[in-house]
Design a binder for this molecule. Structure first.
Ligand SMILES: C[S@@+](CC[C@H](N)C(=O)[O-])C[C@H]1O[C@@H](n2cnc3c(N)ncnc32)[C@H](O)[C@@H]1O
Length: 313
């Protein structure tokens, strides 16, 4: 597999495990977070039987990129995997063999200063994966209340100084325009003792929280996983790669609940409950990157892969 990995620009996260856990034979495959197609190229390479690899991305620049970097057998659609109506016409009648999600932002998005994702690169405060949808971060920070800002930082960034940071942001409204200016305001609001002890940049958690807020990454994730399961045929698989504990918790809870789905049947009298499983988590726990993978691709350190195999109807 080393030969084929060398032909692509970067190591897709947990690529060995993705290849190991997708079905052995794939007729229909959907990739809900295509990015620059790292996983897509490897899967297509390993599965010549795939006729059309259905790839979605909500970012229009990703779709544009494929105009000059086409991949054979790739069927592209700009769509949000959380909105089934944007892509369900692509799904064959008897469902998908496999649905892959590699959640979060891509390195290309993070490294492009114009997108405003990184506190290390000066750029506008945008952060939208689809710049044609919703409002920019700057607009949101101007409109939101201090409580709303603090809650995004706390809930989605797990930032313990969320209130202090939200207060500083509101106090400085109108005086910052760029990612690096916002990062400085955040850093100044965090007590010195805490910054000294931390191994990460003081704006890391806040930027994560704000990105999740602006792109509504977590609010509809659980529900969209339900929709996605309904598109998979019996025996098919859902693979989800997440990058932080908040996402992974949602994925884990959903998959475990599917395993033990409870059906209430009035036929058997009130309160009577029948257990019917929708499938199985295989393996039971999340797959983590090996030491070898962390060495070749250090950002994969916090990635987790969960696999759900849908049962027979
Ligand atoms: C981590 S990257 C995927 C990388 C890809 N697996 C690869 O190997 O090149 C995540 C991609 O998913 C896209 N994305 C994130 N949330 C999305 C959503 N709700 N719907 C569609 N695309 C989404 C982002 O724009 C980004 O391009």
């Amino acid at each position: 597999m080393k030969a084929s990995i060398n032909s692509i620009e970067h190591y897709p996260v947990l690529w060995r495990d993705v290849l190991k856990h997708i079905p052995q034979t794939i007729h229909t495959m959907m990739d809900g977070t295509l990015g620059h197609g790292g996983h897509a190229k490897l899967i297509l390479n390993a599965h010549p039987e795939i006729r059309g690899y259905l790839g979605l991305d909500r970012d229009p620049s990703v779709i544009e990129w494929f105009q000059t970097n086409p991949i054979d057998r790739l069927v592209l659609r700009q769509a949000n995997f959380q909105k089934k109506n944007e892509y369900q016409d692509l799904i064959p009648e008897n469902g998908l063999c496999c649905f892959l999600l590699d959640l979060g932002t891509s390195q290309n998005q993070l490294q492009d200063p114009k997108r405003g994702f990184s506190f290390l690169r000066e750029g506008p405060l945008d952060m939208r994966m689809n710049p044609m949808e919703g409002i920019s971060l700057l607009q949101w920070l101007s409109d939101a209340s201090e409580v709303q800002i603090a809650s995004a930082l706390f809930e989605y960034g797990e930032e313990k100084f969320s209130r202090k940071i939200a207060q500083a942001i509101v106090k400085n409204r109108g005086q910052f325009q760029s990612t690096t200016e916002l990062a400085q305001i955040i850093a100044d609001a965090i007590p010195w003792s805490s910054k000294r002890e931390s191994r990460i940049h003081p704006a890391t958690r806040s930027f994560q929280g704000l990105r999740i807020q602006i792109n509504e990454e977590l609010s509809g994730l659980g529900q969209s996983l339900e929709q996605i399961l309904s598109l998979i045929r019996p025996g098919g698989r859902l693979l989800v790669i997440s990058f932080h504990s908040l996402e992974d918790r949602i994925v884990k809870q959903k998959m475990r609940a599917w395993e033990e789905e409870l059906y209430s049947r009035s036929l058997f009298g009130p309160g009577e409950v029948i257990k019917k499983s929708l499938g199985k988590c295989m393996p039971r726990n999340a797959i983590k990157p090996s030491d070898e993978e962390i060495l070749e691709n250090s950002p994969s350190r916090s990635a987790r892969l969960r696999v759900f195999v849908k049962g027979e109807a």
